[in-house]
Design a protein around this ligand. Structure first.
Ligand code: ATP
Ligand code: MG
Length: 263
């Protein structure tokens, strides 16, 4: 589905701030994978997503999507098949527009590429979809999105992203800014949608237990490299203690506290 081949990403080349963030990173994401990603601050997790989504062109290496080389394809073109959700609940929706006007964007263009316009049928469809969130948003179609709480807004972003039928969903600590109750709710919805729509997904989290509990595959990133890639039974048998041990084993150092991996 998506393959990264020997990706290097260096910022500030030739300056005193030169920073090698991704170092020969190679990764094959299979269709239907739900991959959780952990790694300490600055390990390169968001940069990895930026390279996949086309925000950044890698310094070297190739990004392959369904056997086609998309390394130089711009972000707006990749947005047609890559859905991305950020930590900030304000980022995925337009606050000064109504829920229904936001949701229209998720509809594929109609006949001859004409923009879809709102009608009764579409409103009913949105209402039905919103019921799944269990946040009473189905009764607020004409309210501005800016009036929603952070949790409601992130749940709406999630729903809209899923409805736009991405080939791959990138979740970058998308519940980290929410209070525990809303974070749990959005995470539960995420898993439900991934299963319902058989999505391929990658989810960055700083919560190691979450990384173990969710998905079929777990990656640990360190210093711009995948240092641990585990799936199936082996993943199921992981514990937080085992993960921390693994981290130290692979890194062959213990100067980093366990909290650093979690933080
Ligand atoms: N546009 C940029 N210009 C310069 N440096 C950058 C840029 N984007 C990221 N970096 C640097 O790349 C390194 C990795 O950043 P990245 O955001 O990928 O880390 P991360 O693993 O997502 O960390 P966190 O857990 O804190 O979100 C950091 O040192 C960061 O400062
Ligand atoms: Mg990040």
């Amino acid at each position: 589905m998506i393959e990264l081949k020997d990706i290097d990403m260096t910022f500030g080349i030739g300056t005193p701030d030169e920073n090698h963030v991704l170092n020969g990173l190679s990764l094959k994401v299979n269709r239907g994978d739900f991959i959780t990603i952990i790694g300490s601050n600055g390990a390169g997790k968001s940069t990895l997503f930026n390279v996949i989504s086309g925000k950044y062109s890698p310094t070297s290496g190739r990004v392959i999507f369904q056997e086609g080389d998309v390394t130089s394809q711009p972000e707006y073109r990749r947005a047609r098949y890559i859905g991305r959700i950020f930590q900030d609940p304000l980022l995925g929706t337009a606050g000064n527009m109504s829920l229904e006007d936001n949701m229209v964007i998720t509809q594929k263009k109609g006949f001859k590429g004409l923009k879809i316009s709102l009608n009764h049928q579409l409103r009913e469809k949105f209402r039905k979809e919103l019921v799944q969130l269990d946040m009473n948003l189905e009764n607020r179609l004409s309210d501005n999105v800016g009036t929603l709480s952070g949790g409601q807004r992130q749940a709406l972003t999630l729903l809209m992203t899923v409805l736009s039928q991405p080939e791959i969903l990138l979740l970058d600590e998308h519940t980290a800014a929410l209070d525990p109750k809303n974070a749990a709710k959005v995470l539960e919805l995420t898993c439900r949608f991934i299963e319902k729509y058989s999505l391929t997904a990658m989810m960055v989290t700083h919560n190691m237990q979450q990384a173990i509990d969710y998905g079929n595959r777990l990656l640990m990133l360190d210093n711009g490299q995948v240092i641990f890639d585990v799936s199936g039974e082996e993943k199921k048998n992981l514990t937080v203690d085992l993960l921390v041990k693994k981290f130290h084993e692979i890194r062959k150092s213990d100067f980093l506290s366990d909290e650093a991996l979690l933080s």
